[in-house]
Design a binder for this molecule. Structure first.
Ligand SMILES: [Ca+2]
Ligand SMILES: [Ca+2]
Ligand SMILES: [Ca+2]
Ligand SMILES: [Ca+2]
Length: 247
C-alpha cells in the first residue's frame, strides 16, 4: 500500500547559509563572487519540507548562469545547489524550461551517500531517472554519484528534479520498451528516459527526514539551438514600432 504523507505547511525556511556558500566558493577557488549561480537547500536536518512536488524548492531562472566550473560539462546555464540528504530524505527542486527542446542534465558531485536522481514533468509524471554514473564524472570521486542526462525537455514549462538515496526510487512504472538510454555529454551512459510512465505519479518508495549528508547538485538547462534567435525575432517588431514612434 502506498504511504500517504502530508508535508508540513508551516515550513520554517532556514535563511540561506551564507557561511556555507562562502566556504563553497572558497573551496571552488572562485576568484570573483558568483553567488547568483548557487542555491542552498532550505531543508533542515530532521525536517521533510521538500519531499514532494508541492514542497519543491523553486530555482529561479536568474540562478542559471553560464557555467565556469570545471566539474560541470560545457558552458550552458547552470545552477549549483548545496544540499543535504541521506536516509529516506527526498529533495524536490522546481525549474522552468524557457524554450521547447532545451537540453537538460543533472550532475551530483561529492555526495556523502549513494545518490539517485529522477526528473518529472510539471504534472508529476516521471520522465527520466539515473543512479550510478560510469566512469565518475569530473568532481565525483565515486561512480555512486548520480548523473542524469542529457534529456531533451520537450516543451516550455515547469519541471522537477528529485534527489534521493539509491534504493529509495521513484514509484512510477512504465510499460513495454518505452524507455531509452540517455547519453552523458562526454558520450557515456547517463540514465534512462521513459515514455508513458504512470501519469502524475511523483511518489517515492519512502519519504523521511533529512539526515544531513552533503551533496552538490549542478543543474544545466541549455536552450534549444536557434531558440535565442527566435526570441530576438519575437521582440524585433516591437523594437521597430518603437523606433518608428520615436521618429
Ligand atoms: Ca560533475
Ligand atoms: Ca534534504
Ligand atoms: Ca527533503
Ligand atoms: Ca548512485
Amino acid at each position: 500500500m502506498k504511504e500517504h504523507h502530508t508535508p508540513p505547511r508551516g515550513r520554517a525556511i532556514a535563511r540561506p547559509r551564507r557561511a556555507a556558500v562562502l566556504a563553497f566558493v572558497a573551496a571552488a577557488g572562485c576568484a570573483a563572487p558568483a553567488l547568483s549561480g548557487i542555491a542552498v537547500e532550505f531543508e533542515a536536518n530532521g525536517a521533510a519540507v521538500n519531499n514532494d512536488v508541492f514542497g519543491a524548492q523553486a530555482l529561479d531562472a536568474s540562478l542559471f548562469t553560464a557555467n565556469q566550473n570545471a566539474n560541470v560539462f560545457g558552458t550552458g546555464p547552470t545552477v549549483t545547489i548545496l544540499g543535504k540528504g541521506g536516509g529516506n530524505d527526498v529533495d524536490f527542486y522546481r525549474f522552468e524550461s524557457l524554450t521547447a527542446g532545451s537540453a537538460f542534465y543533472a550532475d551530483i558531485d561529492g555526495a556523502g551517500f549513494d545518490t539517485y536522481l529522477a526528473l518529472f514533468a510539471g504534472d508529476g509524471t516521471l520522465l527520466a531517472d539515473s543512479d550510478d554514473s560510469f566512469p565518475a564524472d569530473p568532481g565525483s570521486a565515486s561512480q555512486l554519484d548520480a548523473f542524469l542526462g542529457t534529456y531533451v525537455l520537450g516543451s516550455i514549462g515547469t519541471y522537477y528534479l528529485a534527489v534521493s538515496r539509491s534504493g529509495n526510487f521513484a514509484n512510477a512504472t512504465f510499460s513495454g520498451s518505452s524507455f531509452a538510454q540517455l547519453t552523458r555529454p562526454d558520450g557515456v551512459f547517463g540514465g534512462f528516459g521513459f515514455v508513458g510512465s504512470t501519469s502524475g505519479d511523483s511518489s517515492f518508495l519512502s519519504s523521511g527526514t533529512q539526515v544531513g549528508l552533503d551533496y552538490t547538485l549542478h543543474l544545466t538547462v541549455v536552450p534549444a539551438p536557434g531558440a535565442f534567435a527566435l526570441v530576438v525575432a519575437a521582440f524585433a517588431p516591437v523594437t521597430r514600432r518603437r523606433r518608428r514612434s520615436q521618429s
